[in-house]
Design a protein around this ligand. Structure first.
Ligand SMILES: NC(=O)c1ccc[n+]([C@@H]2O[C@H](COP(=O)([O-])OP(=O)(O)OC[C@H]3O[C@@H](n4cnc5c(N)ncnc54)[C@H](OP(=O)(O)O)[C@@H]3O)[C@@H](O)[C@H]2O)c1
Length: 298
């Protein structure tokens, strides 16, 4: 996956943007560091999907560090066992559980069981995701697209709908659904992934507005580019990495989520520059298209 070509495009048309993004991010980080105490989640139960690696793993460990009991879900047992040991060292009551969220019924049953056994889920991080390249010219069927949607979109929907009734009843709770800048600026070959993330964004934003008056926060996380297994998968041929101004770390993104969730803003943006994508496609559509199409040939 190579998120951030849009940033490259912007950097091409005006390098000022690069400096602006760095400056805003640095100032924001600095201000956050100095003005806010670290937000704690003592006594809260958090479920994190896709916790075996990458961003999900960091989010799980960060929330446990900040006092939450965390249940990490994923499929790879050995990685989950390692995580469970690390989690319980940070926060008693934390554990991991095998769950294939691509099967929406199984995922829903898992969340129902957790709610029954532990009383309530206060925080749900729908992070599990897969990225399959889709060659539109390859003449394939829809099965790989469905597979991507099952994990990225339908699992997010199933998880969100499973926890919302309890949260609404208690008039408190947080759901963070992980989207991608690809949803804002789809690249060639990313028809399945970008579409699934655009669906996540539209669904979550709509639900966020619906439940906010009832005391429940639904957020969208846009992580920028993070060098996880998925992030690096687009770079297997040793090509260039996405531009610096969209590069983030899993720990940095996790800290941002822990700081921002429960706050007033629906979107949690780890990188600011991709926010300009919708503007560029409106203001300079031909330049934008050219930059995107160049990607198809590189
Ligand atoms: N890295 C980036 O640059 C970037 C940028 C934008 C958005 N994102 C999003 O961030 C999220 C995390 O990705 P990542 O970068 O941290 O990649 P990653 O390291 O590959 O992690 C993906 C996680 O999803 C889990 N997963 C995949 N399919 C699953 C399934 N059917 N059931 C349960 N768990 C499943 C994997 O665990 P198992 O294999 O053990 O099941 C793994 O823990 C994804 O939603 C991704 O789309 C990443």
């Amino acid at each position: 996956m190579t998120p951030g070509p849009f940033s490259a495009f912007l950097a091409e048309i005006d390098p000022q943007w690069v400096r602006w993004d760095r400056k805003v991010c640095t100032v924001t980080r600095h201000r956050r560091h100095h003005t806010r105490s670290v937000r704690r989640y003592d006594g809260q139960l958090a479920v994190v999907t896709g916790a075996s690696s990458g961003i999900g793993r960091s989010v799980a460990l960060t929330l446990a560090e900040r006092g939450a009991s965390v249940i990490g879900l994923a499929r790879r047992r050995s990685l989950l066992d390692q995580l469970a040991a690390e989690l319980s060292g940070r926060s008693p009551g934390s554990t991991t559980q095998i769950c294939d969220v691509g099967d929406a019924d199984t995922f829903r049953d898992t969340l129902d069981c957790i709610q029954e056994e532990r009383g309530s889920i206060d925080i749900l991080i729908n992070n599990a995701g897969i990225d399959l390249m889709l060659a539109a010219t390859g003449g394939g069927g829809t099965s790989s697209v469905r597979q991507v949607f099952d994990v990225n979109f339908f699992a997010t929907v199933a998880g969100t709908l499973a926890v919302l009734p309890g949260m609404i009843e208690r008039r408190s709770g947080v759901v963070v659904n992980v989207s991608s800048d690809s949803a804002r600026a789809p690249e060639p070959g990313q028809g399945a992934y970008a579409a699934s993330k655009a669906a996540v964004s539209a669904f979550s934003e709509s639900v966020a507005h619906e439940v906010a008056p009832r005391g429940v926060h639904v957020h969208l996380l846009y992580p920028g580019w993070v060098p996880t297994a998925m992030g690096l998968s687009g770079n297997e041929d040793g090509g260039s990495l996405p531009p610096r101004m969209v590069r983030r770390t899993a720990d940095g993104v996790a800290a941002l989520v822990a700081d921002r969730m429960g706050g007033p803003k629906v979107d949690i943006n780890a990188a600011l520059l991709p926010l300009l994508a919708p503007m560029a496609r409106t203001l300079v559509p031909i330049a934008y298209q050219k930059a995107m199409r160049r990607l198809a040939t590189t």
